[in-house]
Every structure is written in structure tokens, then in C-alpha cells.
Ligand binder design. Structure first.
Ligand SMILES: Nc1ncnc2c1ncn2[C@@H]1O[C@H](COP(=O)(O)OP(=O)(O)O)[C@@H](O)[C@H]1O
Ligand SMILES: [Mg+2]
Length: 299
């Protein structure tokens, strides 16, 4: 079995002690996340939910998954994170994280991998933070466990992270409870928590869906910043094509568990080949999808 790479990617958010440039990234770099012909089945009902999802994700790049609700986007992410709901299983296909087949991972190896190599932000921040503990110490605790930082250093680093996700008063936020924060602030706290152990891959599953348009745009900018500065590889899941148009290099269009269309974002959005993609685009035109596409690209 191959050993897992825990190499962290340098960059401004990686702590100030290392001065290396951002990770060399590009389509030729080896993928940090590889999904090959993934099939997921609900083995209680026998229902096949996801039929053959494949993509490769390299550092500094973003893959988007779009499609209507119930099309299998979240289960695809959960499979890659090793957190499928109890009665779901990967029935065929392969997921590799940093070159390691996840089927071979022990629970202990998963624990080491989560946060440190692959992190995730989901739609509902409240359910991932403990409402009875101040948010700062929750992140600091992750740093103490994953990065073996001392109490004081963990606090310092947490405040640095809260600042990095553009929270205006990180010292104040550190000591606040979830109910004291707005949706946008919570989502930023969650991103800070997801990136605190320097993952190489971040999965953002409808991470901005519950937010108003302005805050959503800010969070998307933040994700783009992280990708540039830290060489983070992103999986962005959204039912919103505009989000994908703004962030993603490649897009997968899912419908009822199938990938109906996949390719470079511009190609898919400008020259959709599948009827369903055309429908999605038509639905989004009223929301100003065009504003995200360079005019010269529109044919
Ligand atoms: N925990 C679960 N229990 C039962 N069914 C589920 C569960 N999670 C997802 N499903 C079903 O699997 C299908 C795909 O769901 P999901 O991946 O969440 O879709 P999406 O994220 O694209 O909206 C849906 O039909 C959904 O009802
Ligand atoms: Mg979902």
C-alpha cells in the first residue's frame, strides 16, 4: 500500500514561517483527488444512486458539479470523504486521495487524512459546529490535535485564520457562539475550520447556497483566493451555474445520478451538447450568468 502524503502546500495561509512560493500547479501536476467511474448504491432499497462519476483534480484547480436537487452531488462528495450515510456503499469504481485508494484506508488513516489532506464545507454551518462552545476554541482544538500546537499557539493561529477568511474582528469572533454570528460569518468560520490543518483538497458542497448574493460573492472570492495563494484544489458543488461559471475549470453536469455532460467550464456553458445542460443555462440566464463569461467567449 502506498503511504499517504501529508505534505502541506505552502502559501500565505500556511503560517508565516515558511517562505516557499505557492505550490506549482497546473493540468500536468499529478491529481490530488481522482474519482474513477464511481457507482453508489443504497443497499437497503437496492436503489442505484450514482452511476459512473469520473474526474481528476490537480492542485490549484477547481472542478464543479452542478445539477438539480437529488442528482447525487452530495453523495459523490461524501463518498470521496469516506462519510457515506450508513446504508450507502461504493459498489464499483475508485477514489484516490493523494494517490491512495480510499478503499484501503483504515478508520485511523481516515482520521489522519480528514482535515489534513481533505476538508469540506457543507451547506448548513450550524450542524458542524457545537452551539454550546465558542467558535474559536473549536478551531483551536482541531489545530491542537491535527497540528499538535500548544494552547497559546493554537489560539494565535485560529485568530490568524479568522482574519484570513475576512472576518472583520477575529478576536471578538473567536469568543462568540454560533447563534451570535450571521450566516455569512458562520460560513467563513466553517471555511477557516476546514482549512486550518492545511488540506490539499477542499470540498465546498452548496457552501454558499443559504447566503444572500453579496455574501455569496465574497465567499466565492475567498475560495478563489485560497486556491491561488495556497494551491488548494477545490471541488465546488452547486445547483447554481453562475457559481460554477465563476470558479470552475471543469464542470460535471449531473442528472439523476448520471453525468450527462462534462468538460471545460467555458465549453460546457457556451456550447452545451446535452438538452439538460441547455435547460439549466436557460433557467440561469435571467440571473445574469452572462456577467461571469467574458464577452469575447460568447459566440
Ligand atoms: N441520508 C440519506 N438517506 C436516504 N436517501 C438519501 C440520503 N442522502 C441522499 N439520499 C438520496 O440519494 C439521492 C442523491 O442525493 P444527494 O447526493 O444528496 O443529491 P444532491 O446533493 O444532488 O441534491 C437522492 O435521491 C436522495 O434522496
Ligand atoms: Mg446536495
Amino acid at each position: 500500500m502506498t503511504t499517504l502524503s501529508h505534505k502541506t502546500v505552502p502559501g500565505p495561509l500556511r503560517g508565516s514561517t515558511r517562505g516557499e512560493p505557492a505550490a506549482a500547479a497546473g493540468p500536468t501536476a499529478p491529481p490530488v483527488l481522482s474519482v474513477r467511474d464511481l457507482h453508489i448504491t443504497d443497499h437497503v432499497t437496492g436503489r442505484r444512486i450514482v452511476h459512473g462519476v469520473s474526474f481528476d483534480l490537480v492542485p490549484g484547480r477547481t472542478v464543479g458539479i452542478v445539477g438539480e436537487s437529488g442528482s447525487g452531488k452530495t453523495l459523490t462528495c461524501r463518498a470521496a470523504l469516506g462519510i457515506l450515510p450508513p446504508h450507502f456503499e461504493i459498489t464499483s469504481g475508485l477514489v484516490e486521495i493523494a494517490g491512495t485508494d480510499i478503499a484501503a484506508l483504515t478508520p485511523r488513516q481516515w482520521t489522519a487524512l480528514r482535515g489534513a489532506t481533505i476538508g469540506a464545507v457543507f451547506q448548513d454551518p450550524a450542524s458542524y459546529l457545537n452551539p454550546s462552545i465558542r467558535v474559536g476554541p473549536q478551531i483551536a482544538e482541531v489545530l491542537r490535535v491535527k497540528k499538535r500546537l500548544g494552547r497559546r499557539e493554537a489560539r494565535r493561529r485560529t485568530i490568524e485564520l479568522l482574519r484570513a477568511v475576512h472576518l472583520r474582528d477575529p478576536d471578538l469572533v473567536y469568543g462568540q457562539y454560533t447563534h451570535e454570528l450571521s450566516g455569512g460569518m458562520l460560513q467563513r468560520v466553517l471555511i477557516a475550520a476546514a482549512i486550518c490543518a492545511d488540506p490539499r483538497i477542499l470540498i465546498a458542497d452548496e457552501a454558499t447556497t443559504a447566503l444572500d448574493v453579496t455574501v455569496q460573492a465574497e465567499i466565492l472570492d475567498l475560495l478563489a483566493d485560497l486556491r491561488e495563494s495556497a494551491g488548494l484544489a477545490l471541488v465546488v458543488v452547486s445547483h447554481d451555474l453562475a457559481v460554477v461559471a465563476q470558479l470552475c475549470d471543469e464542470v460535471l453536469v449531473m442528472r439523476q445520478g448520471h453525468v450527462v455532460e462534462q468538460g471545460p467550464t467555458r465549453t460546457v456553458l457556451h456550447r452545451p451538447r446535452h438538452e439538460y445542460t441547455r435547460l439549466l443555462i436557460a433557467e440561469h440566464e435571467q440571473y445574469g450568468l452572462d456577467t461571469f463569461l467574458a464577452p469575447q467567449e460568447v459566440s
